[in-house]
Write a protein that binds this ligand. Structure first.
Ligand code: FAD
Length: 259
């Protein structure tokens, strides 16, 4: 399928839903034919090389893109929402987080996508969904699409108690909000249910590598039962992270093939 052309979107509403998350509602004529998406689908917000939002299609090499999960698509009108984490690592922040803080109703920005990502494995006895706040929109949408009798865990790591939001989950899925501790430790302290899990995890790059190693070494989790991805990397912009991520996937695939 050809990639959809970038669209011009307009900020319809912006709300701080918790200390760390700004929810941005995007709409406008060009979002008229925005498709229905599966959990984990994402768009790319487009910026010029000075970090300003692009308002017309840029030329290759002259813009930067930042990836955000489609949190919701309004079925009645052209409107989607994205939940953007407001981060500041040692005073550094990026164009997307800075834009999220300052966006005003009526502001315009080009968006590319949507793209889809691998979902939960279809066959499982229980589920494990985990990640930091960047993964919360995906985790929320996966939880909402589970059958009512699903069981398992959703583990979300947060910085502030006030970042806890209510989630629609099947009764037997325990939601664990992990505050200022390690996602790897929390996941490795869970009591595993009987049978095969479907595991979906997205988080910071080093955490991803630690958890992936633990799942392989300690749990021998079959590859097809697992989606694990880094959504960002400490000290690296998304463009730099993409390079590290590609190198890591190649090295991991090689190691798997040789093992
Ligand atoms: C498939 C996918 C879906 C994603 N969905 C979401 C989403 O729904 N919501 C969301 O908030 N993010 C999401 N992300 C992560 C988001 O794309 C990155 O956090 C992105 O780097 C933010 O861009 P920026 O311009 O703010 O910062 P960049 O310019 O990319 O980075 C600048 C600095 O900020 C640091 N940084 C970047 N992100 C974070 C963070 N979250 N916490 C702390 N420090 C950070 C970097 O390490 C770097 O030092 C997703 C990523 C992927 C791959």
């Amino acid at each position: 399928m050809p990639k959809p052309s970038p669209r011009l979107a307009e900020v319809l509403k912006t709300t701080r839903i918790s200390p760390s998350i700004q929810r941005i509602h995007l709409g406008g004529e060009e979002l008229n034919a925005f498709p229905t998406v599966t959990p984990g689908a994402y768009i790319k917000l487009m910026f010029d090389l000075n970090g300003r939002p692009l308002t017309s299609a840029g030329e290759k090499g002259n813009f930067a893109m930042r990836t955000y999960t489609v949190n919701s698509v309004n079925p009645d009108k052209p409107e989607i929402t994205v939940d953007m984490v407001l981060h500041a690592t040692d005073g550094l922040t990026g164009p997307a987080a800075a834009w999220a803080v300052n966006a005003q109703i009526g502001d315009k920005i080009m968006i590319a996508g949507p793209g889809t990502s691998k979902g939960l494995s279809e066959s499982y006895d229980w589920v494990l969904l985990a990640g930091d706040l960047t993964a919360l929109p995906s985790i929320r949408n996966h939880l909402a699409s589970l059958p009512k009798d699903a069981k398992g865990y959703a583990v979300i790591s947060i910085e502030h108690n006030d970042d806890i939001v209510s989630l629609e989950t099947p009764e037997a899925v325990d939601v664990i909000w992990e505050i200022k501790s390690s996602l790897t430790e929390t996941i490795s302290s869970l009591t595993w249910h009987e049978g095969q899990p479907a595991v979906w995890i997205a988080c910071e790059f080093s955490d991803m590598r630690n958890i992936r190693r633990w799942l392989k070494d300690e749990k021998s989790l079959p590859h097809e039962q697992l989606y694990i991805s880094s959504y960002w990397k400490k000290g690296r912009s998304e463009d730099q992270h993409k390079i590290d991520k590609r190198q890591d996937s190649e090295a991991y695939a090689k190691a798997l093939a040789e093992s």
